[in-house]
Design a protein around this ligand. Sequence first.
Ligand code: NDP
Length: 290
Amino acid sequence: TSTPVTVIGLGLMGRSLAAAFLAAGHPTTVWNRTAAKAEGLVADGARLAPSVADAVKASPLTIICLTDYSAVNGLLADDALDLSGTTLLNLTSGDSAQAREAARWAEQRGVRYLDGAIMAVPPSIGTAEAVILHSGPQADFAAHEATLAALGTASYLGEDPGLASLYDVAGLAMMWSVLNAWLQGTAMLRTAGVDAVTYAGFARLMAAGVAEWLPGYAEQIDRGEFPAEVSALETDVRAMDHLIEESEALGVNAELPKLFKAMADRAIAAGHGGEQYPVLIEEFAKPGPA
Ligand code: NDP
């Protein structure tokens, strides 16, 4: 816990990151464009660096967490900035192309660079619940893993620097799919006088139950074989018709169920009606219709 760390960017997230390092006993250097945001951290023992150059010199690990990659690029573009003594861990949210571009920039400058994605909100930082994804050179992650444990659960995904962002963005698909599916059901149940809280208890069990299918279905996808062990896509599509018809009959929105069915219908048209649901990966793995 005596390893020094630097945190650049003291927005809502950056302040939580710095506070977690302080709480774990790390000598913590901070820098922010608007210096006033460092006041609380300084009161708690952080050192406010007078410049970015000074901040990155203070520690073997520098975490940067700004609004977006263009802010990061702008701040680090200065060729005179000496980053040779630190490993840069960029926890700014972005996409995989931005992460790989940043890693190329770092490689050209001889800078040790890890990319990361925070799958947590600021109040949870410093608890095991806060999962932070990392990608880039394994040796650089290993060198700082113990320090990073102060922030939460540090997960390493692989050498490709784009992986943390890819997992982060892929997770958004899961989040919005579960939320939208739940809202669809809530709207349907409300027509029968069932309130949202009552249905949420059931919906939560449904979501957890379906999640149990993923590992087995994933094996089918990796094998590229989709035998209908439980149900065939044709059977699933008949249930989709029920969902669409019931939604329309109840006067609730049927767009989402219709999207499900449109994709399944294309897979059936391509000859996959007798196979199991994850055969739809073939529809997901290519651009949709214009
Ligand atoms: P805030 O808006 O609270 O903070 C933004 C930070 O970026 C501030 O420190 C700001 O400095 C700095 N900044 C912006 N532009 C520049 C620039 N051009 N030059 C220098 N500094 C700049 O955002 P958050 O802290 O909430 O988010 C930071 C990152 O963390 C984002 O990528 C976000 O997606 C990610 N994240 C946030 C989560 C959250 O729940 N808050 C959850 C998961 C990820 P200044 O104070 O001077 O304006």
